[in-house]
Each structure stands twice: as structure tokens, then as C-alpha cells.
Design a protein around this ligand. Structure first.
Ligand code: ZN
Length: 139
């Protein structure tokens, strides 16, 4: 990022009042980095905090709820990661007559190995490599 910031420039920053990343105007700079900004939306002045999702190695501040939402994103959890640490050799064969519990590894005749993610009454949500399927159990 080779953005040349200067006082008066527009910059994306976390607004402490609006509680979201918005366009701000730089009011003060220290060492080539903005330190004080004014929100273009609520016109509140506050210390500069990088936009949500900014590189944490730069020490920019990120609100907890944003970080949790990012970490909870299902797209970052691969099927392999879900099954890491699970004993696949103990996968139970899937049958609608059996009853399964969350976190259990099952072996389905067509979908293969899957991890039970959720139990909702007589239905289980199972993450297979190709797709997440809803299956019946305890019939
Ligand atoms: Zn604001």
C-alpha cells in the first residue's frame, strides 16, 4: 500500500461513533501515518483506527465483533480442517435408523466421510467434502 496520505486526504477508517468503516478526512499526521481523522458521515473527530479487516500486523485496531464475525466465516474453515483431529477410522456407517450426535464422523454410502455439525430433532446437518447435506436419523 503506497498511498500517499496527507492532512485533508480521504481515508477509510473505523468510526467509533458509527461503529463501521467509513470514509474519513485526515486531520493530523505523525510519521507519515494518520493519527487523527474526522468521520465524513457523523463528522465526529477521533484518533485514527484502520478500517475493519486491516492487516493486524500493522497494529491497527479492530473491534471484537468484527474480528469474531470474520473468524466465524464458514468459508475460511475447510472440510479438511473440520475433520482435523477426528479419528476417521471410527466413522460410523450412516443409516437413517441410527441416531447421531454433533461432532460425530460418519461414513455415507454416496457422499463419503462427513462430520455431523448440527442435530435438529430427526435431522442432522452433515458436512461432506462436496457439500453440506441434511440427513434424517433416528427413524
Ligand atoms: Zn462516524
Amino acid at each position: 500500500m503506497a498511498t500517499a496520505w496527507k492532512v485533508g486526504s480521504d481515508i477509510d477508517a473505523w468510526c467509533t461513533r458509527c461503529k463501521m468503516s467509513l470514509g474519513h478526512t485526515i486531520l493530523a499526521m505523525v510519521g507519515g501515518r494518520p493519527v487523527r481523522v474526522r468521520c465524513n458521515t457523523c463528522h465526529g473527530e477521533h484518533n485514527y483506527r484502520g478500517p475493519a479487516g486491516a492487516d493486524p500486523r500493522k497494529g491497527s485496531w479492530e473491534p471484537r465483533e468484527v474480528r469474531e464475525r470474520r473468524e466465524a466465516k464458514p468459508s475460511v474453515t475447510s472440510w479438511e480442517a473440520l475433520l482435523a483431529g477426528k479419528d476417521l477410522s471410527r466413522a460410523r456407517k450412516y443409516s437413517a435408523k441410527e441416531t447421531y450426535a454433533a461432532e460425530e464422523v460418519i461414513q455415507h454410502p454416496s457422499f463419503g466421510i462427513g462430520l455431523v455439525q448440527e442435530v435438529r430433532g430427526d435431522k442432522i446437518q452433515v458436512a461432506f467434502k462436496a457439500d453440506v447435506k441434511t440427513l434424517v436419523h433416528g427413524k
